[in-house]
Design a protein around this ligand. Structure first.
Ligand SMILES: C[S@@+](CC[C@H](N)C(=O)[O-])C[C@H]1O[C@@H](n2cnc3c(N)ncnc32)[C@H](O)[C@@H]1O
Length: 228
């Protein structure tokens, strides 16, 4: 069964508490990672940039603030998340668009950069979404992806695991009143590709100059690449 409908329903349900929960569970680090994403995407000048799975719009808004001439589109399939984004960044000039990352309603080669935060863990076929992203990017355009990664098995592993398995779901219950959504976050992180495997998927989807950097005890990865 496809993950899509369940994921859409889950984000529709937590949209109102999403930002607060993000700040708390990342110990206030989440905006720093988004800034890194925007910096890696680079300035598109007066070109077009897409923030896919934009959620409540943080990456799209940072993109718009950092590169004021850019034409920014924020896209997501959760209408409640998009409504929060529109409310938060009403005067930003960002174009908000409802769409599914598996089948983007955009022409080939029409964006100078595409970013996405916490998308690939939520789709059935990450390789297919990356191929679709590559299609809408113009040659030379950059992709930057922020997501969780399974923690490395090092000395810190037992502590990181405790935080992921118990800390995050408890916070999810207390802050977002939705323990299941945040248990899903932990489960989907543990089941997701390692940072190295994900980099290989970027290459297989057609990207070059692929690289990545890890953050927060290796539980967050930022990957980037370029369409040749
Ligand atoms: C964890 S939120 C991330 C939001 C935002 N990128 C951020 O940095 O906070 C994941 C978002 O991905 C969206 N999403 C998941 N699967 C999607 C798909 N197939 N198409 C479009 N959006 C999707 C969800 O609706 C949700 O808003």
């Amino acid at each position: 069964m496809s993950k899509g409908p369940g994921v859409q329903k889950m984000f529709d349900a937590i949209a109102g508490r999403y930002d607060l929960m993000n700040r708390v569970m990342t110990l206030g680090q989440d905006q720093r990672w988004r800034k890194f994403v925007v910096q890696k995407a680079g300035d598109p000048g007066r070109g077009a940039t897409l923030d896919l799975a934009t959620g409540t719009g943080d990456i799209a808004a940072l993109m718009s603030r950092t590169y004021p001439y850019a034409r920014v589109t924020g896209a997501d399939f959760s209408l409640n998340m998009l409504k929060e984004a529109e409310k938060r960044f009403a005067s930003s000039g960002i174009h908000w668009q409802a769409c599914d990352a598996n089948k983007l309603p955009f022409d080939d080669n029409c964006f100078d950069s595409v970013t996405f935060g916490y998308l690939l863990r939520n789709v059935d076929d990450a390789g297919k979404v990356l191929t679709e992203v590559c299609r809408v990017l113009s040659p030379g355009g950059r992709v930057v992806c922020l997501d969780t990664t399974p923690p490395a098995r090092n000395l810190l592993y037992p502590f990181v695991l405790l935080y992921l398995k118990y800390g995050i779901p408890i916070m999810g219950k207390m802050i977002a009143n939705d323990e299941a959504a945040y248990s899903y976050l932990t489960g989907s992180t543990m089941d997701f590709y390692s940072a190295g495997e994900l980099a290989e998927l970027f290459t297989a989807a057609g990207f070059t100059k692929v690289g990545y950097k890890k953050f927060m005890f290796g539980t967050i990865g930022i990957h980037w690449g370029e369409k040749p």
